[in-house]
Ligand binder design. Structure first.
Ligand SMILES: C[S@@+](CC[C@H](N)C(=O)[O-])C[C@H]1O[C@@H](n2cnc3c(N)ncnc32)[C@H](O)[C@@H]1O
Ligand code: SF4
Length: 454
């Protein structure tokens, strides 16, 4: 791709783990009873058919990585574990009291922060506490995020015994210089050890997270990181673009200067070199930032059109209802989103008052639901279609105009009833989704909200 096009498409843009994106939620039109109503509706429509998903946020980390964009609390004090597990279980009980039958759980994802900050006993109490009020779906899929520096054999064995078959490890980059800048010193042998243990215990999908665009990162670093990764053969790989969002993460994203961060063409080159190496080594691109071996379930669901994307990232099937437990977690009933309090003290306080700890949310309009479907299709299948030729978009000519321009730039092909992202366009799928994003079109943000798309 020409440099001028890379620059043209390097704009601030959402990652579309939801549509509308969180900054565009209409909080005034949303209330706590709205969330309960849509939750009950989604539950009655889907629990017995497909089950529900649970995202559980475990926010604690022992040490701050200076690139990190996640919601986390840094502490070395492990006394925080037990009260947090009790709060999660109270939140879960409050939800179960609202439902008229036992939830059937299809998916659980433990995200963070660092789930492996918690002891095996506390993780066991959490999962057993969840199933005191729920049933496992027949084809359940449980996954968790593990930090290679503190995931023990006991963690992997315990979570396996509790039904977990998928784990993703944060790798980021193997270069010492990059690791120093991001304050995350992590030897290859640690990652190799946990990957080996997980495979030996019987995990069926092991993922590694790698980031391109980190401070001081060079082409040689990316090549070396991917070569080392290849030698461990993870089943799936997240190859994330570094999201530099200092206006959100303020004092967290430091330890390096702006000029140490690769940008524009240099960042794009890091991506291209990495992607080519991954493709050469048997990985398939299955969605934005994600690659998988042919044998992995994400690849299979990409091929049969079952891939889904939500706040947990990509998953191999969709449930209509996802309940988010824990500080800052987001729930999704398809008709509505609700986010929990982001501050731990507020989260605890509301639970103490026997209230669900909701901070804000959004009720999707009919228009939101249509656009959401197109954005999901693009993110999960690199294509989308509509029933009557361009019917819906006739009323919104800017969408078609922008798609036309993108076709001229070679990043998509317009068909009679839809569009298809080209190979070159896959790196710009965020930009293509932005063409459909009517909230963004109606109100351009006045301040920085999103990371750059390249
Ligand atoms: C919650 S962390 C994974 C678990 C554990 N805390 C760890 O670091 O190993 C989830 C992943 O998000 C990704 N991530 C975090 N901050 C990011 C950023 N600013 N840009 C891109 N990816 C980021 C990293 O790849 C990280 O492994
Ligand atoms: S990258 Fe992981 S370990 Fe590091 S601060 Fe973020 S959540 Fe914590």
């Amino acid at each position: 791709m020409k440099n001028s096009l890379i620059q043209k498409y390097n704009v601030p843009g959402p990652r579309y783990t939801s549509y509308p994106t969180v900054p565009y939620w209409n909080e005034e039109q949303f209330s706590y009873p709205d969330w309960i109503k849509s939750l009950k509706k989604a539950f009655s429509e889907s629990n017995s058919k497909e089950g529900i998903s649970l995202y559980i946020h475990l926010p604690f980390c022992e040490s701050l990585c200076t690139f990190c964009g996640c919601n986390k609390r840094i502490t070395k004090n492990h006394n925080v574990e037990a009260p947090y597990i009790q709060a999660l279980l109270k939140e879960w009980r409050l939800y179960c009291n609202l439902l008229d039958e036992k939830p059937i759980i299809k998916e659980i994802h433990l995200g963070g922060g660092t789930p492996t900050f918690f002891s095996t006993q506390n993780l066991e109490d959490l999962i057993n506490g969840i199933f005191a009020y729920a049933i496992k779906a027949e084809n359940y899929e449980f996954s968790f995020e593990g930090h290679p520096n503190n995931t023990t054999h006991a963690h992997l064995q315990k979570l396996y015994d509790l039904g977990f078959r998928r784990v993703s490890f944060g790798v980021q980059d193997y270069s010492e210089k990059v690791q120093k800048a991001i304050h995350r010193e992590q030897a290859f042998h640690n990652v190799a050890k946990v990957t080996f243990w997980a495979r030996e215990i019987g995990y069926t999908s092991i993922g590694h997270d790698i980031i391109f665009g980190l401070p001081f990162q060079t082409i040689e670093n990316i090549v070396d990181t991917i070569e080392k990764t290849k030698s461990l053969q993870p089943d799936r790989l997240a190859f994330y673009s570094y999201a530099h969002v200092p206006w959100i993460k303020g004092n967290g994203q430091r330890g390096f200067k702006e000029e140490d961060i690769p940008k524009d063409q240099i960042k794009r080159l890091l991506y291209q070199v990495g992607k080519e190496l991954l493709l050469k080594n048997g990985y398939h691109e299955i969605g934005m930032d994600h690659f998988a071996l042919e044998t992995d379930s994400l690849h299979k669901s990409f091929q049969n059109g079952q891939l889904h994307r939500n706040f947990m990232g990509y998953s191999s099937s969709k449930t209509q209802l996802m309940i988010g437990l824990g500080v800052s977690s987001i729930g999704d009933s398809w008709y509505s989103f609700a986010q929990n309090q982001k501050n731990l003290d507020d989260y605890y306080q509301l639970l103490e008052w026997d209230k669900l700890p909701i901070l804000r949310g959004h009720l999707l309009t009919d228009e939101d639901l249509i656009i959401r479907k197109h954005i999901l299709n693009l993110m999960c299948q690199f294509e989308t279609s509509w029933n009557t030729p361009n019917s819906y978009f006739k009323e919104i000519p800017e969408i078609l105009e922008q798609l036309q321009e993108m076709e001229n730039d070679g990043i998509l092909i317009i068909k009679e009833n839809g569009i298809e992202v080209t190979d070159m366009g896959k790196a710009h799928v965020r930009n293509i989704c932005m063409a459909f994003d009517l909230h963004l079109k109606r109100k351009t943000p006045e301040t920085a909200l999103f990371s750059m798309t390249v």
